[in-house]
Design a protein around this ligand. Structure first.
Ligand SMILES: [Zn+2]
Length: 74
């Protein structure tokens, strides 16, 4: 399993398991929150969490000419 770990202060640390429901990013065009299935992102063959952003449904429809989902390399 993968998880994120964050040191809150000297005494507390949280670790949260990453699953297909708790990963989000911001749509680079309208700024709305987009739920991301990392398996879909990795499916593209490029694993670049900093260089990849995921468009929200409506922006990807607009920009991809009607296609349902889209990853955009920035
Ligand atoms: Zn958008």
């Amino acid at each position: 399993m993968f998880y994120v770990k964050e040191q809150l202060n000297d005494a507390m640390e949280v670790s949260i398991e990453i699953d297909d429901e708790n990963v989000f990013c911001r749509c680079p065009h309208c700024g709305s929150e987009v739920q991301v299935d990392l398996a879909d992102v990795f499916d593209d063959g490029e694993i670049d969490l900093f260089g990849t952003s995921v468009l929200c449904g409506s922006c990807s429809k607009k920009l991809m000419g009607g296609k349902d989902s889209g990853c955009e390399q920035v």
